[in-house]
Ligand binder design. Structure first.
Ligand code: HEC
Ligand code: HEC
Ligand code: HEC
Ligand code: HEC
Ligand code: HEC
Ligand code: HEC
Ligand code: HEC
Ligand code: HEC
Ligand code: HEC
Length: 337
C-alpha cells in the first residue's frame, strides 16, 4: 500500500515538474573537469604543424586566415619567437592528420578538375558539438579570469551554469569568414545577441513604455554583465536601486522627506524593461497609489475651482514622488514641491 502511495506521489511530482523541465532538456550531465579537458586536447596521434603548413596546402581558408591575422588575436606575437600566440590549431587542435596526403600536386589536380581539396577535418576537435563547458575551456585556456578581467565570475555565473558557452555569443570563424577581423562586441549589437535565447525579453522591450534599448540608446550590458556577476540576475550593480541610479542619479536621495522605504527598490512602482503604462509604471495612476493610500478629494490649500474634485493623476500635485527636501504647505513631506 505504501509502495503504491509512494508511486502515486512520484508520478504526481513528475507530472507537476515536467513542464518546468523544458529548459533543462538539452542540459548535459556534469562530468569532472578533466573529462572536458580531454575533449579539447584533440587527437593524441596528431602533431601540431603550424598555420603556414596548414594553409599553404589549402587556400580555401585564406579569408579566415587573413581575418585572424588582422584581429587582436592574430596581431599578438610572442616577443622571443616572433610566432603568433594564437593560430588555427590553438582552437581546432593539432592538424597533421588533417593534411596527410595533401600535396601541392594533389591540390593542383583537384583544381584542374574543378574541385576544392578538403582536408580531413574530422580529425580536428569537434568544436561545434562538444559540451558547452568544453567549448568554453578552449577559450579559457588563454582567457583566464586573470587575463580577461570581466571573466572573474564566469564559472559562478548563470550562463556558465546553464550550458551557455563563449561561442554562443562570440562567433570566431563565422565572423572571420565574412572577411571581418573584428572580435570586439559592439554594444549596439548586443540586444540581438541576447534575443537569440531571451525572446520573452524582446517582447518586454516592445511594450509602449520601455527603456530605449530598441532605439540603441541603452544597452543590455549597461545593466547586466553577460559573463556573470555575484549579484542577482547578473546585474552589474549590487542592488536594483544602484542599477537605476547610475543613470537616474536625481532619484537617489537621501532626501529630507523620503517616500518611506519605497524607493529602496524602484520596482515597487516601475518595471525594469518595459510596461504597458507610461513611465514604465507597474500600474496606472491612480491605481498605483491606491494600492497603499486611500485617495482624497482635493480640498485644502487649493483654489476654489478645485475644491471637492477627485483627481486621477496623483502626481499632478504630488510631483516629487521620489522624495524631496522641501516641505508641503502644512510643513509635512507630501511631495508637493
Ligand atoms: C580562437 C579560436 C579559433 C581560432 C584561432 C580559429 N578558429 Fe576556426 N572556429 C572556431 C570556432 C569556435 C568555430 C565554430 C563556430 C564559428 O564558426 O564561429 C570555428 C569554425 C571554423 C570553421 C568552420 C566554419 C563553418 O562555417 O562551419 C573553419 C573552416 C575554421 N574554423 C577554420 C579555421 C582556420 C583556417 C583557422 C586559422 C586561420 C581558424 N579556424 C582559427 C574557433 C577558432
Ligand atoms: C591561444 C590563446 C587564445 C585562445 C585559445 C583564445 N583566445 Fe581570444 N584572444 C587571445 C589573445 C592573445 C587576444 C588579444 C589580447 C586580448 O585582447 O586579450 C584575444 C582576443 C580576444 C577577443 C577580443 C578582445 C578585444 O579586446 O579585442 C575576444 C572577444 C576573444 N579573444 C574571444 C575568444 C573566444 C570566444 C575564444 C574561444 C573560442 C578565444 N578567444 C580563444 C588569445 C586566445
Ligand atoms: C551571453 C553572451 C556572452 C557569453 C556567453 C560570453 N560573452 Fe564575452 N562578451 C559578451 C559581450 C556582450 C561583450 C561586450 C561587453 C562587455 O565587455 O561586457 C563581451 C566581451 C568580451 C571580451 C572583451 C572584448 C570585447 O568584445 O569587448 C572578451 C575577451 C570576452 N568577452 C571573452 C569571452 C569568453 C572567453 C567567454 C567564455 C568564457 C565569453 N566571453 C562568454 C557576451 C558574451
Ligand atoms: C545561447 C543562449 C543565450 C544567450 C545568447 C544569452 N543568454 Fe542569458 N541565459 C541563457 C540561459 C539558458 C539562462 C538560464 C536561465 C533562464 O532560463 O533564463 C540565462 C540567464 C540569463 C539571466 C539571468 C536570468 C535569471 O532569471 O536569473 C540574465 C540576466 C541573462 N541571461 C542576460 C543575458 C544577456 C544580457 C544576454 C546578451 C548579452 C544573454 N543573456 C544572452 C541563455 C542565453
Ligand atoms: C535599465 C537596466 C536594464 C536593461 C537595459 C536591461 N535589463 Fe534585464 N533586468 C534588469 C533588472 C533590474 C532586472 C531584475 C533584477 C531582479 O529581479 O533582481 C532584469 C532582469 C532580467 C532577466 C531575468 C528575467 C526577468 O525579466 O526578471 C533577464 C533574462 C534579462 N534581464 C535580460 C535582459 C536583456 C536580454 C536585455 C537587453 C535586451 C536587458 N535585460 C536589458 C535591468 C535591465
Ligand atoms: C544606462 C542608463 C540607464 C539605466 C541604468 C536606467 N535607466 Fe531608466 N532611462 C534611461 C534613458 C536613456 C531613458 C529615456 C529617457 C528619455 O527618453 O528621455 C530612461 C527612462 C526611464 C523612465 C521613463 C520611461 C518613459 O516611458 O518615459 C523610467 C521610469 C526609468 N527610466 C526608470 C528606470 C529604472 C526603474 C531603472 C532601474 C531598473 C532604470 N531606469 C535604469 C537610462 C537608464
Ligand atoms: C512610489 C512609487 C515610485 C517609486 C518607488 C519610484 N518611482 Fe519613479 N515614478 C513614479 C511615478 C508615479 C512616475 C511618473 C511621474 C509623473 O507622472 O510625473 C515616475 C517617474 C519616474 C521617471 C521618469 C520621469 C522623471 O521624473 O524623470 C524616472 C526616471 C523614475 N521614475 C525613476 C525612478 C527610480 C530610479 C526609482 C528608484 C530609485 C523610482 N523611480 C522609484 C513612481 C515611483
Ligand atoms: C507600496 C506602497 C506605496 C505606494 C505604491 C505609494 N505609496 Fe505613498 N507612502 C507609502 C508609505 C508607507 C508612506 C509613509 C506613510 C507614513 O509615513 O505615514 C507613504 C507616504 C506618502 C505621502 C505622505 C503621506 C503623509 O502622511 O505624510 C504621500 C503624499 C504619498 N505617499 C503619495 C503617494 C502617491 C501620490 C503615490 C502614487 C504615485 C504613492 N504614494 C504610492 C506607501 C506607498
Ligand atoms: C489637486 C492636487 C492633489 C491631487 C491631484 C492629489 N493630492 Fe494628495 N494632497 C494634496 C495636498 C495639497 C495635500 C496636503 C498637503 C499638506 O498637508 O501639506 C495632500 C495630501 C495627501 C496625503 C497625506 C494624507 C492626507 O490625506 O492628508 C496623501 C496620502 C495623499 N495626498 C495621496 C494622494 C493620492 C493617492 C492621490 C491620487 C489619488 C492624490 N493625493 C492626489 C494635493 C493633491
Amino acid at each position: 500500500m505504501t509502495l503504491i502511495r509512494n508511486l502515486f506521489f512520484l508520478l504526481t511530482a513528475v507530472t507537476i515538474f515536467l513542464p518546468g523541465c523544458e529548459a533543462l532538456k538539452t542540459s548535459q550531465p556534469i562530468v569532472p573537469i578533466k573529462e572536458y579537458e580531454k575533449m579539447i586536447v584533440g587527437r593524441l596521434d596528431a602533431e601540431y604543424i603550424g598555420t603556414q603548413n596548414c594553409l599553404s596546402a589549402c587556400h580555401y581558408h585564406d579569408t579566415i586566415r587573413r581575418s585572424l591575422d588582422a584581429s587582436t588575436m592574430g596581431v599578438q606575437l610572442s616577443r622571443k619567437s616572433g610566432l603568433p600566440i594564437v593560430n588555427c590549431e590553438s582552437c581546432h587542435g593539432p592538424g597533421s592528420l588533417a593534411i596527410e596526403g595533401i600535396t601541392p600536386e594533389k591540390v593542383e589536380m583537384d583544381a584542374k578538375e574543378g574541385r576544392q581539396t578538403a582536408c580531413n577535418y574530422k580529425t580536428f576537435i569537434d568544436i561545434k558539438n562538444i559540451p558547452a563547458q568544453a567549448q568554453s575551456l578552449i577559450c579559457l585556456k588563454c582567457h583566464t579570469a586573470n587575463a580577461t578581467f570581466n571573466l572573474h565570475n564566469w564559472n559562478a555565473g548563470v550562463h556558465a551554469m546553464s550550458d551557455v558557452s563563449c561561442m554562443d555569443c562570440h562567433s570566431i570563424c563565422s565572423t572571420f569568414k565574412t572577411g571581418s577581423p573584428d572580435l570586439k562586441v559592439k554594444p549596439r549589437d548586443t540586444a540581438e545577441m541576447c534575443y537569440k535565447c531571451h525572446q520573452e525579453i524582446k517582447a518586454e522591450f516592445s511594450l509602449p513604455s520601455h527603456h530605449p534599448v530598441p532605439e540603441k540608446r541603452v544597452f543590455c550590458i549597461d545593466c547586466h554583465d553577460p559573463h556573470g556577476t555575484t549579484n542577482d540576475k547578473s546585474l552589474r550593480k549590487a542592488t536594483v536601486k544602484e542599477t537605476c541610479t547610475q543613470c537616474h542619479a536625481e532619484k537617489e536621495g537621501p532626501f529630507v522627506f523620503e517616500h518611506a522605504e519605497n524607493t529602496e527598490d524602484c520596482r515597487t512602482c516601475h518595471n525594469h524593461h518595459g510596461s504597458v503604462n507610461n513611465n514604465l509604471l507597474t500600474l496606472r495612476e491612480p491605481f498605483l497609489c491606491l494600492q497603499c493610500h486611500s485617495g482624497h478629494v482635493a480640498s485644502r490649500n487649493l483654489p476654489k475651482e478645485f475644491k471637492g474634485a477627485f483627481f486621477t493623476r496623483c502626481t499632478g500635485c504630488h510631483s516629487q514622488i521620489h522624495g524631496t527636501d522641501l516641505p508641503s504647505p502644512s510643513g509635512k513631506g507630501r511631495f508637493i514641491q
